[in-house]
Design a protein around this ligand. Structure first.
Ligand code: PMP
Length: 419
């Protein structure tokens, strides 16, 4: 039985923003003499004091290696590391702690998925289905796996508004697809894909579903069992946690069926020179000393966002997206929004007529406004919409309407200077 969380009846998050923002020291900074307006949350989010304190406490008082020592500090470190795993399990709505593998981040999770599935599932006529809006980390590992296994890549095309072409998806997904690997929420377009329906269809044809949840997890409630994903990856640093830590969820029976990825300490049952046997998941996939401090920090971040309420965060960001889209279209002539799908997260990719995105980013930086410019590690998306790069403003739980107003003023300044 999966549990569906009931909507949070508390007041909108906006009312608490001054208090919330005070917990993020970096947001109080000045940049080039101006108050920082941080609109690069899709690249990485800032960390609240609760996360920094949890990491410091772990490193200062409970530092020891995990799963190895009989001494008290090692037991404490192990308990805290494993408690962090439970926090991730509950955050994702997974059934069991052993379904959560700690990794460095989404990229490592997807490489783990790719390597182990390539060894067991892919081959000629046993293909991989991706979408045209994947991040490079969900393209390149599959290309390598296809080269090694003889499988082919199939790619679901995008519609003009940044949605998936679901008719093409239905045509491309057949019994020749062994793995469907799809992004939940696009970092370049903001599009939120119908992942639940896609995983159900993948299951019908016997394909394993791999979901890149890097941009989904920070922006709203996620329940891997409701989604029906077989594997689901995310990064701590995009959900207000530390860098260098993330998790891969895997359905228990699937993880059990997968071979080891990296070899080393902690992932074995027995080792002789004649051969070795493997530990059960998740240890099988966690070779070597893990990022213990990072895991504890990640748990603090997840407690922080669940304490605020994931549905309140989603509602706040949806309000910002509507407000920002309206203001930009009304007040910035010559703006082109890249990605206007009906289901969209708080990510606005755009170009301005006659001005290179990098120049937009540089002028805004001098106004204290941090946005991202470039191809966003999604070059096929840029090719699809015929642009070399875009400027991207992305929102977080602490973003305010005043910051959106500052962006609009900053873009006017860009146009005065460069237009
Ligand atoms: N997928 C998506 C959709 C992303 O936005 C990112 C980060 N930009 C990644 C994967 C890779 O995440 P990381 O760099 O934390 O491994």
């Amino acid at each position: 039985m999966t549990t569906i969380s009931s909507p949070d009846a508390r007041a909108p998050l906006a009312a608490e923003l001054p208090t919330i923002r005070a917990a993020y020291p970096a947001l109080g900074r000045r940049v080039h003499g101006k108050p920082l307006v941080y609109l690069d949350n899709a690249a990485t989010t800032h960390k609240p004091l609760a996360v920094l304190d949890a990491e410091r406490e772990q490193a200062m008082w409970h530092n020891a290696n995990v799963h190895r020592g009989v001494h008290l500090l090692s037991q404490e470190a192990t308990e805290r590391y494993e408690a962090a795993r439970s926090t991730v399990r509950s955050f994702l709505g997974a059934a069991e702690d052993r379904e959560i593998v700690f990794v460095r981040g989404t990229t490592e999770a997807l490489n783990l998925a790719t390597a182990t599935l390539a060894a067991t599932r892919l081959g000629p006529g046993r293909d991989v289905l991706l979408t045209g809006m994947e991040h490079h980390s969900n393209i390149v590992p599959w290309q390598l796996a296809c080269q090694a296994s003889g499988a082919s890549l199939r790619v679901v095309p995008l519609l003009d508004d940044g949605s998936l072409d679901m008719e093409a998806f239905d045509r491309l997904l057949d019994g020749g697809v062994a793995v469907m690997a799809i992004v939940h929420t696009s970092n370049a377009l903001g599009t939120i894909n119908p992942v639940q329906a896609m995983c159900a269809k993948a299951r019908e044809v016997g394909a394993i579903s791999v979901v890149d949840g890097a941009q989904a997890v920070p922006h709203g409630p996620v329940n891997v069992r409701e989604l029906g994903a077989d594997l689901f990856a995310f990064s701590g640093h995009k959900v207000y946690g530390p860098t260098g830590i993330g998790a891969l969820y895997g359905r228990a029976e699937l993880l059990e069926s997968l071979p080891p990825w990296q070899g080393g300490g902690d992932m074995i049952r027995t080792v002789t020179f004649e051969g070795s046997t493997w530990a059960e998941p998740p240890a099988r996939f966690e070779a070597g000393t893990p990022n213990i401090t990072g895991a504890v920090g990640l748990a603090a971040a997840l407690d922080h966002v669940t304490g605020l309420g994931m549905d309140r965060i989603a509602a706040h960001e949806a309000d910002l997206l509507t407000y920002a889209t309206g203001r930009l279209l009304a007040d910035i002539p010559g703006i082109n929004l890249i990605g206007t799908a009906p289901a969209k997260a708080g990510v606005i990719s755009f170009t301005l007529d006659g001005i290179h995105p990098h120049d937009i980013g540089t002028v805004l930086d001098h106004e204290g406004i941090a946005i991202r410019t470039g191809h966003h590690c999604a070059q096929p998306v840029m090719d699809r919409y015929g642009v070399p790069a875009t400027a991207r403003a992305s929102f977080g739980l602490y973003t305010t309407r005043e910051e959106v107003d500052a962006l609009v003023v900053g873009l006017r300044r860009v146009q005065e200077m460069l237009g």
